[in-house]
Design a protein around this ligand. Structure first.
Ligand code: GLA
Length: 403
């Protein structure tokens, strides 16, 4: 097991212009100091609300204190160069050939996709630029490094080329870039949390109305991430499959009890009344989304009442629903959540994000510490013969341009 602590890009403070500087007054990384514009964005956890976002439901997420930073410098010619401090290929493309990338250059699609949608929306990018990426956020862990890169890029581009887009528009455009250029039919969760997250807050999204608000993250509690290394090779294909099944379930329910605009419009009793007329997998997908939406609403209410134990129960119930009905958990994630459920000081735990591998999240009292986390990691190593990465984290500022 490894403990990943001491993130480099952290602890920002905003000044009156909304810009921010890191704790020591510098940009997030000295390597980005020379850039014309520097922007960064955090990763996120999905606190509760699994696969509700593309079904018109509610979701609660939180930014974490791990970030992706980009430094952008304008060039005098039409070339765009992309490089990363991580061990991935650099790219060089001309402004006239901004297209999706694949293979070794696949990461470039997040940047180029955002560039393409912003230009479609009128951003006048009349010069090439060099863009360098640095990150303290693990990639492929289900913590939305892609949305973080998209939002950091969107802010850097709009700052460098004088765009005027509000945050919600930027979140939507970043989502569109992921849908159209990366090819994942994700909802708004990741991009909205990354854009609207704040220190010590949870972000609540109503996907139907796209209303985004924040609620306080309880001070007496902590977040821990347990990253399995079982990222499923077919995760994107499974995501697409679940997305399509959920929409097929909605269409079927629209025929049976209509009108149904979103799956979450159906009540649990309405669903039960037509159970025999739905294919069993569609019934299970619908039951997960319908009950999960209600769990999120209840969690928001219970957080206001400071009923933390009951919120924790909802997190465990969410995981069970993902495992049984949405079938997007894995034996590794189930094991971690089961161990956490038996561990002192844990309020709740569940898989976080798309599932099919990736990370589980624990919401704990602050009395939960490395000793308890280590015990979970050791049990995991005994069972699977593999390391579990443990990241203590905390709700952190959202995407920002650095002065
Ligand atoms: C991924 C997607 C989100 C959301 C979650 C599951 O993180 O990007 O839009 O659907 O999975 O809740």
């Amino acid at each position: 097991m490894s403990f990943a602590s001491d993130p480099r890009i952290d602890d920002e403070r905003r000044d009156s212009s909304g810009r921010s500087r890191t704790e020591d007054g510098t940009r997030p990384s000295p390597h980005l100091d020379a850039a014309d514009v520097c922007a960064s964005a955090p990763g996120r956890v999905e606190f509760i609300g699994n696969h509700t976002d593309y079904n018109g439901g509610w979701v609660l997420g939180a930014t974490i204190d791990r970030r992706v930073a980009v430094g952008l410098t304008r060039r005098d010619d039409e070339w765009i160069t992309l490089e990363s401090a991580d061990d991935v290929s650099s790219l060089r493309v001309s402004l006239g050939e901004v297209t999706a990338r694949s293979g070794e250059e696949g990461w470039g699609s997040y940047v180029l996709g955002v560039l393409a949608v912003l230009r479609n929306e009128g951003l006048a990018v009349d010069h090439g630029f060099d863009l360098r990426v640095e990150s303290t956020l693990p990639v492929g862990a289900g913590l939305s490094s892609s949305a973080a890169l998209e939002l950091a890029t969107a802010l850097a581009l709009t700052e460098a080329f004088d765009g005027a887009f509000d945050r919600k528009t930027l979140a939507r455009l970043a989502q569109r870039a992921e849908n159209e250029y990366v090819g994942v039919p994700c909802g708004l969760l990741d991009q909205a949390v990354v854009a609207f997250g704040a220190a010590d807050r949870l972000v609540r999204i109503d996907a139907r109305t796209e209303e985004i608000t924040t609620v306080p993250f309880p001070a007496s509690t902590s977040l821990w991430i347990f990253r399995t290394h079982e990222a499923h090779a077919l995760a994107d294909a499974h995501y697409q499959e679940r997305h399509d099944e959920a929409h097929a379930a909605r269409d079927r329910l629209d025929e049976l009890i209509g009108p149904v605009e979103h799956l979450v419009d159906v009540s649990p009793s309405q669903l039960e009344s037509v159970k025999d007329r739905l294919e069993p997998p569609l019934y299970r997908r619908a039951r997960h989304v319908i009950t999960e939406h209600r769990r999120v609403r209840r969690a928001v209410h219970l957080l206001e009442q400071e009923s933390h134990e009951e919120v924790g129960e909802l997190l465990f119930a969410s995981h069970a629903s993902s495992r049984e009905d949405y079938e997007n958990s894995t034996p590794e994630l189930d094991f971690v959540v089961d161990r956490l459920e038996e561990t002192d000081h844990v309020l709740g735990a569940r898989l976080t994000g798309a599932g099919f591998g990736g990370a589980a999240m624990a919401w704990t009292r602050t009395s939960f510490g490395e000793e308890q986390a280590r015990a979970v990691g050791e049990a995991y190593a005994d069972r699977f013969g593999q390391e579990l990465d443990v990241l203590p984290c905390h709700p952190a500022p959202g995407a920002t341009v650095h002065a």
